[in-house]
Design a protein around this ligand. Structure first.
Ligand code: SAM
Length: 691
């Protein structure tokens, strides 16, 4: 058959989609720190600093079918083609093996090379690809490089959001100083300010990409045909900018990424015909798209009213990306709005792993449910529902529990839910007598003393969250931690700002719908129903505040968390050390010399019999959360609150996890022997043991 485009054996492009339309609100974190866990096995090691310092606590190708329409001839409709193909082959099959590329909303389906296939890497400048990763990060594990690059993008993004908000605020203040608009217009300087305020600044996500390009931090800097190491079937991207940061897709807006005619003579490209599509994004923006996860009907690019109602407003042409994708099964037909659009049928390659979400949940069907970032579920419909709300109404959202593992299914038991940390009478929490003088939100204040304590900027930036009809959230603005610190100083009792001030982010309760579910090998776990953005607060780790000496020797309590800001920041064996931590450590030392005298944590949080949803969050060697110590109404870091934040964009139904931070062989039993616990996190870099 004729394949205009593909010469010999076609290689498979990647196809991808991102979960939400529009550009995202990101954040980032470099490395997940080590929280502080105590094993209930014995209290033997609790007073051994060397044990504590360990890991122990704390913490298609478009290619494919050669069904191509002869130039100038109207192609038959897809289904007709399909039928023809099926008849041709004498079996019920929709497309040939070759015709298989695909994605489900928000997922990447790196197309798996056949055995013996070599990945073709093509540099725009010379043969051979270039993958440097997040600003020169040289991890050998491609998956870790992908994670680090995404986190680097988020950090950059949040910094630029913060910078933009500062700029806008200073212009606003300047304008406020003008008495009347009339006077502003007469006054050149102020008019200049007004103009500046009106000038849209470059988008923070694009600024972040520019910076990453400049720093050589884009992971795959040159276009490639085929699978990109480190990306996996089921990966979801919140924005195309993330994909550009990785180098999966080269444009932040266009749907089809392709290699143009200039690649014809490049080394390694001899067997291809160009232009050749290498990656597509299915974002939900085209109303003519159909997404069945294993098979999608993809609308070509162009003619969409991006800035208006996002409907098709003009006919598409068979140029650029559309031409590059014209190598599979495609046709031209009238779309929903009556304009001619190009449609391409793309199918998953046989043998690809199933979608991650369908592996973890019985909720998913073959339909892609998460195009807008949330699971459209009601609690009463949940399969395996054993409890409608483990929080008994204490949280902003109900937290259901499901159990599809035990027979008969049983709910979580043996604890009392408490949204707040319980303070026993014999532990006195100091209260600071000072606070900031800001009115309303501290982010709009020029001289916030709480910002100063955090090193001049507030630790959080407020970003808008897309409203979701599913979660009924009234919380459209989300405070996100720009980067992890040894300690975050929030506004507290004596601050004059409003309770919705962004610098009270951890005091505002749950912002995402969570579910406690029974896992096959780790007991209960927690997963999200909403897309969680990097830097967003998940929840506090609550329980009963105790002296560490009290819990020594407590057997069978797997829910004790040592409060140790230093170790959380330093990480374990340097593994989880966060970017800039030396700086934070230095400032922490200078401010808290007295408390630092002893490195032994004095207090811990015992969630054994009283606690919140955090007590169900499991350990992972490749976690998506990290621990952050937070101080608000007092300054004693030994009594800091322990908060869990998102390290990455976490798609719906993904299990939440953090690194418990045990060091191997650091836990001993009552008999003095080392106790081991197997890890079932399933990460590619799993250490196989929690301790
Ligand atoms: C704080 S609890 C987490 C919630 C717990 N799964 C439950 O059912 O309540 C910690 C305990 O969960 C289990 N656990 C957590 N992460 C695990 C992992 N990656 N592999 C195996 N077991 C894990 C271990 O028994 C651990 O002592």
């Amino acid at each position: 058959m004729v394949i205009p485009g593909a010469g010999a054996e076609p290689r498979r492009p990647r196809s991808a989609r991102y979960a939400e339309k529009g550009y995202p609100n990101y954040a980032e974190h470099d490395q997940c720190p080590a929280p502080r866990w105590r094993s209930g096995v014995t209290g033997g090691r609790a007073n051994k600093p060397e044990a504590r310092r360990g890991r122990k606590r704390g913490l298609g190708d478009a290619a494919a079918e050669d069904v191509v329409v002869a130039e100038g001839k109207a192609p038959p409709p897809i289904l007709q083609r399909e039928e023809e193909a099926a008849q041709d082959q004498g079996r019920k099959r929709r497309m040939t093996d070759a015709a298989a590329s695909v994605a489900a909303a928000g997922k990447v389906f790196p197309l798996i090379a056949d055995e013996g296939d070599e990945e073709v890497e093509v540099s725009a400048t010379e043969g051979g690809g270039d993958e440097r990763g997040a600003a020169g990060v040289c991890s050998k594990n491609p998956r870790l490089r992908v994670m680090k690059t995404l986190r680097a993008f988020s950090t950059n993004y949040l910094h630029f959001v913060q910078e933009e908000q500062r700029r806008a605020e200073s212009v606003r203040q300047e304008l406020k100083a003008c008495r009347t608009l009339k006077r502003q217009n007469r006054n050149n300087q102020h008019n200049g300010g007004y103009q500046e305020a009106k000038q849209p600044s470059k988008r923070p996500d694009l600024k972040a990409l520019t910076k990453m390009r400049k720093d050589g931090a884009i992971l795959y800097q040159d276009k490639r045909i085929g699978h990109l190491p480190g990306t996996e079937v089921g990966d979801q991207f919140y924005s195309r900018a993330e994909m550009v940061a990785l180098g999966i897709h080269s444009h932040w807006m266009k749907g089809i990424d392709y290699m143009g005619m200039e690649y014809r003579d490049k080394k390694g490209c001899e067997n291809f015909t160009f232009p050749l599509a290498i990656c597509i994004v299915m974002s939900g923006a085209y109303e003519d798209d159909v997404d069945n996860a294993d098979e999608i009907i993809y609308t070509g690019q162009g003619g969409n009213n991006w800035l208006g109602n996002r409907r098709q407003k003009a006919e598409q042409t068979l140029l650029r990306g559309n031409l590059a994708l014209k190598v599979v099964d495609y046709c031209q037909e009238k779309g929903v709005q009556g304009h001619l659009v190009y449609k391409y049928r793309l199918k998953r390659l046989e043998g690809q792993p199933p979608l991650t979400t369908s592996q973890v949940t019985p909720l998913t069907t073959s339909q892609v449910l998460f195009a807008h970032g949330d699971v459209p579920m009601t609690i009463s419909e949940l399969p395996g529902l054993v409890c409608e709300d483990i929080s008994n109404g204490q949280e902003n959202f109900r937290i259901p529990a499901t159990n599809l593992v035990d027979n008969p299914p049983i709910p979580p038991s043996g604890f009392v839910y408490s949204k707040l940390l319980q303070i026993p009478n014999d532990i006195e929490i100091p209260i600071d007598s000072t606070g900031c003088d800001c009115s309303e939100d501290c982010s709009s204040s020029k001289n916030c003393s709480c910002a100063e304590r955090n090193g001049s900027d507030l630790p959080y930036v407020s970003t808008q969250r897309k409203s979701s009809k599913h979660n009924g959230s009234k919380h459209n603005s989300i405070g996100r931690l720009v980067e992890p610190k040894a300690v975050v100083y929030e506004c507290g009792t004596n601050c004059k700002c409003h309770c919705n001030c962004v610098n009270r982010t951890s005091q505002q309760g749950l912002k995402y719908r969570l579910e406690v579910f029974k896992t096959k090998s780790k007991g209960w776990g927690v997963r999200t129903w909403d897309t969680i953005l990097p830097g967003a607060l998940i929840c506090e780790y609550t329980g009963v505040l105790r002296r560490t000496t009290e819990v020594e020797g407590l057997l069978e309590n797997n829910y004790i968390f040592d409060i140790d800001c230093l170790e959380t920041m330093e990480g374990l064996d340097g593994r989880e050390q966060r970017a800039g931590s030396e700086l934070h450590m230095a400032s922490l030392h200078s401010e808290h010399d007295a408390e630092m005298a002893s490195r032994t944590p004095e207090y811990c949080i015992d969630a054994g019999s009283v606690g919140n949803v955090a007590r169900f969050i499991n350990h992972s060697c490749q976690p998506n959360l990290f621990i952050q110590c937070v101080l608000s109404s007092h300054s004693n870091i030994k009594l800091a609150k322990v908060m869990l934040f998102a390290a990455d964009t976490i798609p719906p139904l993904q299990e939440l996890s953090y690194d418990y931070g045990y060091r191997l062989d650091s836990v001993t039993g009552a008999d003095g022997n080392i106790v081991k616990l197997a890890c079932h996190c399933g990460a590619s870099n799993c250490r196989k043991r929690l301790y």
